[in-house]
Design a protein around this ligand. Structure first.
Ligand code: AKB
Length: 321
């Protein structure tokens, strides 16, 4: 049996994706890799395999792929946009060389790869509304530069070496299992968490900052559909545009206030505002819909309801220890 390797397994997407893969394939089929050990319990108790390694270390990645007889890699390990601006050298190294290591291993071992790109590939000169699949791609951040370079690497390895690597340009992702860290769209999760705890929130973006967003169950659904698709149907081998809904910080605050009257939000934009200002307000994801049947199921209201339900459950949980 070929196993599935998830890098960046402790991160925002990884935490949810590992759970979904365990349910679909069985715990023994899943190998969760991260640069730090998982927080909760030791790997053996989780049932799936756990590896601690740095994606920049190709020999470690190769050893893990051989040891677990890996057939598919979900390569999620990455620094996000705000972290990338504070640590640009590390962002280049982890994001670009980490991806190249995985693609080289995919070529050597005939692996299928999923790799997330981002709306960060777009820049200040990209059309802001309904941003098309094929458009101007001049990112202003190191994160965006690594994602755009990564997209070109993916297409190169597919065309030149036949590597089956598939990718989507994720918008901001909202989820409750593991918090995001170091991103620009993190404010949405932070605001919902504050609301569920009953504390006021200071937003690091302006109230009118509108960005494309998606709830995690839809993100996982997209990954599943894309990885299941007939390779012949995939017309995009850089990365597919993808969106669910667009949202401003003020609109999120209003949606929360409809459920939690009196929830207080103040605005103190910081350097992340400059990043957000270079990203689109909405994205056209027609090729993903046509090629592999992408269709989101959560809109803003459904997402806010579900997030608050789950976050409140967690807040209500009796503290252990
Ligand atoms: C970030 O804000 O950096 C990420 C992204 C949009 O890729 N969430």
């Amino acid at each position: 049996m070929k196993r599935t390797l998830v890098t960046g397994a402790n991160g925002q997407i990884g935490s949810d994706l590992v759970g979904r893969l365990r349910r679909e394939q069985g715990p023994d089929a899943v190998v969760a890799l991260d640069i730090t050990p998982p927080a909760a319990v030791n790997g053996a108790d989780m049932g799936h395999h756990v590896e601690v390694a740095d994606v920049r270390d190709r020999s470690a990645i190769e050893r893990i792929i051989r040891a677990h007889d890996v057939g598919t890699v979900y390569h999620l390990a990455s620094l996000l946009s705000a972290s990338g601006e504070s640590q640009p050298d590390r962002a280049w190294d982890v994001n670009t060389n980490g991806l190249k290591n995985v693609l080289d291993e995919a070529r050597a071992h005939e692996l299928t790869v999923f790799w997330p790109s981002s709306i960060a590939v777009f820049g200040p000169d990209t059309p802001k509304r309904n941003t098309p699949q094929e458009t101007i791609l001049n990112p202003d951040t190191m994160y965006g530069v690594t994602k755009r370079s990564g997209e070109l690497l993916c297409r190169y390895y597919h065309r030149r070496h036949g590597v089956d690597v598939r990718s989507v340009r994720f918008p901001g992702l909202v989820s409750y299992a593991a918090p995001p860290g170091g991103g620009t769209t993190d404010y949405a999760v932070d605001m919902l968490r504050a609301a569920a705890r009953g504390v006021p929130y200071t937003c690091f973006l302006r109230p009118d900052t509108r960005l494309p967003m998606m709830y995690m169950p839809d993100a996982l659904q997209a990954v599943h559909r894309l990885m299941d698709a007939d390779p012949a149907a995939l017309s995009v081998r850089t990365s597919y545009n993808l969106t669910a809904f667009s949202l401003s910080a003020e609109e999120l605050a209003t949606a929360i206030r409809q459920r939690i009257p009196g929830f207080a939000v103040t605005y103190a934009p910081d350097t992340r505002q400059q990043i957000a200002d270079t990203w689109p307000a909405s994205v056209d994801d027609a090729p993903a819909r046509t090629d592999w049947g992408w269709a989101p199921t959560f809109d803003l209201d459904a997402m806010v309801d579900d997030m608050l339900d789950h976050l409140r459950e967690r807040t209500d949980e009796p503290k252990r220890g």
